[in-house]
Design a protein around this ligand. Structure first.
Ligand SMILES: Nc1nc2c(c(=O)[nH]1)N[C@H]1C(S)=C(S)[C@@H](COP(=O)(O)OP(=O)(O)OC[C@H]3O[C@@H](n4cnc5c(=O)[nH]c(N)nc54)[C@H](O)[C@@H]3O)O[C@H]1N2
Ligand SMILES: Nc1nc2c(c(=O)[nH]1)N[C@H]1C(S)=C(S)[C@@H](COP(=O)(O)OP(=O)(O)OC[C@H]3O[C@@H](n4cnc5c(=O)[nH]c(N)nc54)[C@H](O)[C@@H]3O)O[C@H]1N2
Ligand code: SF4
Ligand SMILES: [Mo]
Length: 711
């Protein structure tokens, strides 16, 4: 520490952790430019002091010498630092030139997950899409939660009308395909989930986990049921069938707005628990009992996440989960599934952004658009298939699809063939190494923050705005400033004039003022951004409340259970049979609390300790193949193979293997000193871009057929 710094006072900053959906409140102590400590903020009304090991890595992220701080351009294969004006002009010119010659669709945009955790990229995502004006928009949505949003739109009229499990008041929670102890919750912002789950047990309730792996969450659950990957729809349909069969259907106070019960009953009629048993491996009697428990527990809720969205029946699963919650009267009830009441983005009739589906199709495989995006599974083929409309240029914004999208190797190769690529990103990684220019925004602690997305998905209503912890470095731009400038310039070069959008805080203030509690309405809180600023720990807006009927966004004000394009997929389910030969296994993913997708492996304090990237396999499956625990194995799928270390564990269901995604950083040109030293391969080198949910094109990254043999 320099003498000058010793003279500086210590300061305490309150700031959300933006690394995952739990949005924990932090207390960050600094002196001058130095971070002295990062702790949980006990006064945060949502997170109540909870943090996980990733929070302290914010310091490593802030100080990481590998993090880019200036634009770089590839000249003869070498990166050179360049100025912002030159970088922004060249990017705009190259993009506009491709579009003027080949049409707007010749340039694609891919938006990654951290964009949703960064409010400047949220407020300014629209302007860049408008400026580029391409139908080839992609994002992590179609590797993830697309089915949830589509069902929100189709059943309740708005893609963000997603009932959130009322975990703090429920007495019976079924968690299917989610592992909140590792992920800290998803589409359920739930800091301190362990304590909240244990609280269910303390008040005499229970929770049940249905997962092909005895996950960390399953370990503390009252009961865990193994399920064969990709067969969940059979289980969920059988639960619905039983609810009808045993006359257990009762949507409670929503009865008068529920539409389509008869069609649902018909669609599920042949899905008996016996059929489900054959497919899932779960006993038929247990399935019947589960339906009864759900129906007969006053406060019960069914929650399904990644494992049941990012699989071949993702939409059918998410539909069935919504249907079950409606049928048992959980939807819109205390302890069931409730809508949030956020300060910004409160969903009610008239709220913009309800969503769209199928307005256009992808050029090569004909997969449907959703809310302006095409499925990421087709991004590589749209680059590799010649002809009019071929993608020739790409802009990535906070994304690493080479490690995140199915058949990442194919995408790797496709990126190599592009005429131009720009990455708005903070690292030179597996994806951005292909760029011609990288535009690095300020680090997360150098800008203000508000969780636009996650207050909307939280188990308790709060609002929290945080000032920047540090002044932005000299000659730096925020994500939103980069997006603004590029948008204006690209549009101008194509003879269109776009006005830059105001700063995120100004847009946020408008959103709050015209929002549910806003000063422009008649709510007694009369909120403005300034009023929220007065609560640096976060403003408590109370528990989630029933009231869905008045908020439904469908034209007729009803809940549409019988979604025609989902019911049409029931036939595919009927015809589907997991029919593996005895050598084959089903591959699923895995998350760990010390990791986050593909980009948190460059911090020593997170990667140290036991390796976490190995293939997990049941001992019987090893034995059947003559394999040793801890040996090197070759994992092969239709699209490729990886060689990695196998670990024998009975936490896996026999016939299922698990490999986490986001690893595999030892590639030429990657400038991630610590991450590149980690062993581990990319799971998405073997996931299959042709394996997807047929309704939406959402990737099926779980349930991929593989074989495993000695390397
Ligand atoms: N096999 C398998 N594959 C999966 C999954 C799985 O479970 N299994 N999960 C899927 C899911 S749910 C998701 S969401 C996707 C994630 O897929 P992506 O969003 O494509 O990948 P991330 O690893 O989140 O990439 C983050 C990128 O953002 C950059 N970045 C971080 N912070 C900032 C910032 O503030 N600004 C900018 N401009 N850049 C920033 C990082 O350097 C990195 O390049 O992966 C999917 N892929
Ligand atoms: N530490 C950490 N936290 C994260 C992330 C991270 O990478 N690391 N990523 C963030 C992101 S982008 C997201 S989307 C969320 C995801 O949040 P979660 O959905 O909770 O994520 P996972 O831990 O992948 O849990 C998915 C579970 O589904 C199971 N599963 C796989 N296939 C099937 C199947 O066919 N059927 C059933 N029933 N289960 C199946 C897996 O074994 C796993 O336990 O986590 C977020 N939080
Ligand atoms: S759970 Fe961990 S990574 Fe997620 S917000 Fe909290 S501290 Fe950050
Ligand atoms: Mo995700």
């Amino acid at each position: 520490m320099s003498e000058q710094q010793i003279d500086e006072p210590t300061k305490i900053h309150y700031r959300a952790c933006h690394l995952c959906e739990a949005i924990c409140g932090l207390e960050i102590k600094t002196r001058g430019e130095q971070i002295l400590s990062i702790k949980g903020d006990k006064s945060d009304p949502l997170s109540r002091g909870h943090i996980c090991p990733k929070a302290t890595a914010l310091q490593d992220l802030h100080e990481d010498p590998d993090r880019l701080r200036q634009p770089v351009k590839k000249v003869d294969g070498e990166w050179q630092a360049i100025g912002w004006d030159e970088a922004l002009s060249e990017v705009s010119e190259r993009i506009a030139a491709i579009q003027l010659e080949h049409g707007n669709d010749a340039v694609a945009v891919y938006g990654g997950n951290p964009g949703v955790h960064n409010y400047g990229t949220m407020t300014h995502a629209g302007i860049i899409r408008k400026a580029v004006g391409s139908k080839n928009n992609f994002s992590a949505t179609s590797l993830d939660q697309l089915p949830h949003q589509l069902m929100g739109m189709a059943m309740y009229g708005h893609q963000f009308m997603i009932p959130i499990p009322d975990i703090d008041h429920t007495d019976f929670m079924v968690i299917i395909g989610g592992n909140p102890l590792a992920s800290n919750g998803s589409l359920m912002t739930v800091p301190d989930v362990t304590k909240r789950l244990k609280a269910i047990q303390k008040r005499g309730g229970r929770f049940l986990v249905i997962d092909p792996r005895r996950s960390e969450t399953a370990e503390i659950a009252d009961e865990h049921l193994f399920i064969r990957p990709g067969t969940d729809a059979f289980l969920l349909m059988a639960v619905i069938q039983t609810l009808f069969e045993e006359d257990l259907v009762n949507p409670g106070h929503l009865t008068s707005v529920v539409d389509g019960l008869d069609d649902v009953q018909k669609a599920c009629a042949s899905f008996t628990p016996e059929l489900a048993q054959q497919q899932t491996g779960i006993d038929a009697d247990r399935i019947r009992e589960l339906a009864r428990e759900l129906a007969n527990t006053q406060r019960a809720v069914c929650y399904g996440r990644m494992g049941v969205s990012v699989q071949s029946f993702g939409t059918l699963c998410q539909w069935a989960i919504q249907v079950i919650n409606v049928l048992i009267g959980a939807t819109d009830s205390r302890g069931g599934g409730l809508l949030t009441s956020p300060a910004m983005g409160y969903v009610k009739p008239g709220e913009t952004g309800a969503g769209n589906f199928g307005r256009w199709q992808s050029r090569v495989s004909g997969l449907p658009e959703f809310s302006g995006e095409l499925p990421t599974s087709v991004m590589a083929e749209e680059m590799l298939t010649e002809g009019e409309g071929q993608i020739r240029g790409l802009m990535t914004i906070a994304g690493n699809p080479v490690l995140s999208a199915p058949n990442g190797r194919q995408l790797d190769q496709a990126l190599d063939g592009l005429e131009f690529m720009v990455a708005i990103d903070i690292y030179i990684n597996e994806t951005t190494r292909h760029a011609d220019i990288i535009l690095p925004p300020t680090g997360p602690l150098e800008h203000d923050h508000y969780d636009i997305a996650f207050h909307r998905l939280a188990v308790h209503n709060t609002a929290r705005y945080n000032e920047p912890v540090f002044e932005p470095a000299e000659d730096s731009l925020h994500d939103w400033q980069i997006l603004n400038q590029l948008s204006v310039e690209i549009a101008h070069l194509k003879d269109r004039e776009l006005k830059p959008l105001p700063a995120p805080a100004q847009m946020l203030d408008m959103g709050i003022q015209y929002g549910h509690y806003g000063s422009q309405g008649d709510h007694e809180l009369a909120l403005t951004l300034d009023k929220i600023r007065e609560h640096p720990h976060g403003l408590d807006l109370g528990p989630l409340q029933p009231g869905m009927a008045a908020r439904l966004c469908t034209e007729d004000g009803k809940i549409h259970l019988a979604v025609d394009f989902v019911l049409a997929d029931v036939e595919r389910l009927q015809a589907s049979r997991v029919d593996l030969d005895e050598r084959e296994l089903l591959l699923i993913g895995r998350r760990h609390v010390r990791s986050c997708n593909s980009w948190m492996h460059n911090y020593q304090r997170l990667v140290k300790g036991k390796p976490r990237w190995q293939l997990l396999m049941h001992p019987d499956d090893l034995r059947a193949r003559g394999l040793e625990d801890q040996s090197e194995v070759r994992v092969q799928s239709r699209v490729g193979e990886v060689v990695t270390t196998v670990v024998a564990t009975d936490e896996m269901m026999p016939g299922v293997v698990s490999l986490p995604h986001g690893w595999g950083h030892q590639r030429d040109g990657v400038q991630l000193g610590i991450a590149s030293e980690q062993a581990g391969v990319s799971c998405n080198d073997i996931t299959d871009e042709k394996f997807y949910d047929r309704v939406t094109g959402n990737a099926a990254l779980n349930g991929v057929v593989v074989t495993v043999g000695a390397a």
